[in-house]
Design a protein around this ligand. Sequence first.
Ligand code: 5GP
Length: 187
Amino acid sequence: MNNERHLVVVSGPSGCGKDTVVKCLRKQHPEIEVSVSATSRLPREGEKEGVDYYYMTRECFEEKCKSGEILEYTDYLGNYYGTPKSEVDKRISQEITVILVIEVEGATNIKRMYPDCTTIFVRPPSYEELAERLCKRGTEDETSIRRRLARAVEEMEYAVDYDYIIINDVKENCAQEMFEIIESRLK
Ligand code: 5GP
């Protein structure tokens, strides 16, 4: 068994519900772990340090990149986001399945580094639904919503490069589909 198969990368445009789907999957399968990323963006209301992200200044993030602590990173709409090395290597060497919920450029880099990892793209049912979810979520101001929607259109073009594309219509169904993919890759 190749340990890279324990690495699962999930992407999808902002507002497609990928984090909710992953949370839903973990309720049923808590043995599957999720990597916590580092970011220079400020915490949103209700987000917790070390649970949602490791929050840090841009300077601190850049230091961590220089010292090789960050496996991949990107500048997404003006903020850094990156996967700490410590979130991945130990887990996969112990055959613990770990999910990275990251954007498309990061996913491309991870696939290059770990060719046998599993990549899953979560699509919203439609663009209109995506726009509605982003507005309803209430976490972003109007400018951020507009930028995230524009970025969503670009991100959708990457879907064909993923091993699997799933549609998040009903979150429980989507989580089950995701679990079945992960399980099938580990057989
Ligand atoms: P948000 O601000 O909505 O939490 O995240 C913005 C985007 O950054 C999302 O698409 C999210 O998946 C992505 N992201 C979160 N962590 C990472 C990471 O470690 N690396 C990369 N490349 N993208 C990330």
